[in-house]
Design a protein around this ligand. Structure first.
Ligand code: PLP
Length: 434
């Protein structure tokens, strides 16, 4: 056993996801991860949807190194630091219209917590509405607004004052062949949730524009417009959690741009700085003004090195037009996966936007989740040198979320490995084979 595996066992508190053999990563570049034995893997998970501009992107690393030589920590909320100011300005330029003021934290959950707190202060209201299979983090507050039992099991009860609305998941709804109706129904359902599952004191509705941990669920195009109508009627803010879907991943800079609505608060992390720990929430000036001096602070939030890395990262995303590239490569991958679906009854649905792609595996026509098979496929792909994620409310969705610079040749390798893994898993079970 490698030294680091043993030390993890002895000294690191962890709850690692299962995998056939532990991967000990030595280095990574672009869309390739290399282990301590020199074995290379095509990375189709990007460190949980983080390194959108590629692992160790040279332009991001150079910017971070240059900043490290000048200032590593400046207490960005006590003093003024240039990269923080520049990044806030940059986010104001690329965020949906009107969202111009940003608070910086270190990770996704911290930014969600801050957004929830700000929504309460601004509205003077206290409750929240979230989606049933949503995931927003692992702190107490973020678990309280997460519906996804697969990610929040044990540790409850969670905070009161949160009501959960049906997720616009057409594939597992009665409107499988009519997503528009699913979007309309689930959107309008928010009003019933407000009336019958809250005390009417709702500060904000929080949702991921594309659900990540929930199994890459893409809401129907009309869904958020329907939701927004209800929210506006009741004076409820819309917090878009773009921690996983932001920064070009879905083929737009932010996934909410696909849906024709503007959120009141946009929360970002993961892809913001290509692997450097940073998060943000960005909002309109009048909402931001609800924070008075002393209301909110983060010692490490807005770290200058991370902000410098984020600026270089965003410059790279724009220079290389990674939204367009993600859309193109994603369409290529989805077409290939749909080709496989025609030949494999185990594949229930292939869905996604850009390079946020999920393949939902089911055992039969009743959509019985093929959860064990999904894990077996992830492990079989790992054996072939390809990393993917697993998610979904039932743990039966294979997630393809590679760095956005991934080549079509690397996608071919990943999908061949997926096809072979499917074959192996089907062969070793009693599932029907076409
Ligand atoms: N929100 C979403 C949509 C996420 O996918 C995650 C993490 O996976 C989080 C929030 C929490 O982010 P972090 O793990 O950086 O706290």
């Amino acid at each position: 056993m490698s030294d680091s595996v043993q030390k993890y066992r002895d000294y690191v508190i962890t709850s690692f996801v299962k995998s056939v053999a532990p991967l000990v990563i030595e280095k990574a570049s672009g869309a390739v991860v290399t282990d301590v034995n020199g074995r290379e893997y095509v990375d189709c998970f990007a460190g949980i949807s983080v390194v959108n501009a590629g692992h160790c992107n040279p332009e991001v690393i150079a910017a971070a190194k240059a900043q490290m030589d000048k200032l590593v920590h400046g207490a960005s909320y006590l003093y003024h630091v240039q990269p923080v100011a520049d990044l806030a300005e940059k986010l104001a330029q690329i965020a949906p219209s009107g969202l111009t003021k940003t608070f910086f934290g270190n990770g996704g959950a911290e930014a969600i917590e801050g957004a929830l707190k700000l929504a309460r202060l601004y509205t003077g209201k206290h409750e929240f509405i979230a989606l049933q299979t949503s995931f927003h983090g692992r702190t107490f507050g973020t678990l309280s607004v997460s519906g996804n039992m697969a990610r929040k099991k044990r540790g409850g009860p969670y905070a009161a004052g949160v009501a959960f609305a049906p997720v616009p998941y057409a594939y597992r709804s009665q409107w499988r062949n009519n997503p528009e109706e699913c979007g309309r129904h689930c959107g309008q359902e928010i009003e019933k949730v407000i009336r019958f599952a809250t005390s009417g004191d709702v500060a904000a509705f929080i949702a991921e524009p594309v659900l990540g941990e929930g199994g890459i669920v893409v809401p129907p195009p009309n869904y958020f417009r329907e939701v927004k109508k209800v929210l506006d009627q009741y004076g409820i803010l819309f917090i878009a959690d773009e921690v996983q879907s932001g920064f070009a991943r879905t083929g737009k800079m932010f996934a909410i741009e696909h849906f024709g609505v503007v959120p009141d608060i946009l929360v970002t992390a993961k892809g913001i700085a290509d692997g450097f720990p940073l998060s943000a929430f960005t909002t309109r000036p009048e909402i931001a003004a609800a924070f008075e001096p002393g209301d909110h602070l983060s010692t490490f939030g807005g770290n200058p090195v991370c902000c410098a890395a984020a600026l270089a990262n965003i410059a790279f995303l724009q220079k290389e037009d990674l939204p367009a590239r993600a859309a193109e490569t994603g369409a290529y991958a989805i077409a290939k996966l749909k080709g496989l679906q025609e030949r494999s009854p185990l594949i229930g649905e292939v869905r996604g936007l850009g390079l946020m792609i999920g393949v939902e595996l089911v055992r039969d026509a009743n959509l019985t989740p093929a959860s064990a098979e999904t894990e077996a496929i992830r492990d079989a792909m790992f054996q072939q040198g390809v990393l993917v994620g697993v998610g979904g409310a039932y743990g039966n969705v294979v997630r393809f979320q590679p760095p956005l610079i991934v080549s079509q040749a690397q996608i071919d390798v990943a999908i061949s490995a997926f096809a072979e893994a499917l074959r192996q898993v089907i062969e070793s079970t009693t599932l029907p084979v076409s």
